[in-house]
Design a protein around this ligand. Structure first.
Ligand SMILES: C[S@@+](CC[C@H](N)C(=O)[O-])C[C@H]1O[C@@H](n2cnc3c(N)ncnc32)[C@H](O)[C@@H]1O
Length: 219
């Protein structure tokens, strides 16, 4: 049996094969998110990528001319990202250690793709995103959504999220739609777009449901 491990440690282990693995497993969350954001982006605006990893998402925005700032806990993922030369600045940082190390109203765009399913209570990070984003700026992210096509029998469950262990032993959270909606309202974030999509699980013959969101900071 594999040992339970943290989300950062697990990404340190797979960093070298991460980009290939995403293709193998059919994860195109970054392309979905980029497509949904496309009408709102303009070159030279500042974008923070929370959990930038190897830069799969940010490389699309960098190609479109945005100035990329990235933050991630994994030294190995950041190392690969650096070799792609897409970011103006990369920081190694634990996302549980809030506030994030950025000044108020710094970014026109904040994105986080494939990261929030490693965090249960999203309220602290959503509150902090609304601090560092410019008024009228955009926040685009994915969460693992409730699975509509199979019965849920998870160990931890409440009215905000529930969790299970991945085959690698990492705790993975699915967030309830109503919880995300209430967080957006709390943080003055207006939903512009939401898209559900299916992802085939790596070592199981079934699918997880994710949702991609584009929201606007109203203040
Ligand atoms: C599935 S990868 C997604 C990477 C990238 N956003 C993309 O679109 O490909 C998740 C990333 O979140 C980072 N991460 C997960 N939990 C974290 C935490 N508590 N603090 C900092 N980074 C974390 C991991 O190191 C990893 O790089």
């Amino acid at each position: 049996m594999k040992n339970d491990q943290g989300s950062v440690q697990s990404h340190d282990h797979i960093a070298n094969s991460y980009d290939d693995q995403t293709r193998e497993y059919g994860w195109y969350g970054h392309e979905i998110l980029f497509g949904m954001c496309f009408e709102y982006i303009s070159s030279n605006s500042k974008l923070l990528d929370i959990g930038i990893g190897t830069g799969l998402s940010s490389s699309l925005f960098a190609n479109a001319g945005l100035e990329i700032y990235g933050i991630d806990g994994s030294v190995e993922m950041l190392h690969i990202c650096k070799t792609k030369n897409i970011a103006k600045e990369l920081k190694q940082y634990d996302l549980n250690d809030l506030p994030l190390p950025y000044s108020n109203s710094l970014f026109q765009h904040v994105i986080s793709c494939g990261v929030f399913h490693f965090i249960g209570d999203l309220e602290p990070i959503f509150r902090d995103v609304s601090r560092i984003i410019k008024p009228g700026g955009f926040f685009s992210f994915t969460v693992k959504a409730e699975n509509y096509d199979r019965k849920i029998d998870y160990s931890q469950t409440n009215d905000m999220y529930y969790s299970e262990r991945s085959p690698e032993g990492v705790e993975v959270f699915a967030h309830r739609k109503q919880y995300i909606k209430s967080l957006l309202q709390l943080c003055h974030l207006e939903e512009l777009k939401e898209q559900l999509f299916l992802v085939q699980n790596a070592q199981e013959n079934n699918y997880s449901t994710f949702s991609a969101h584009v929201v606007k900071y109203k203040k």
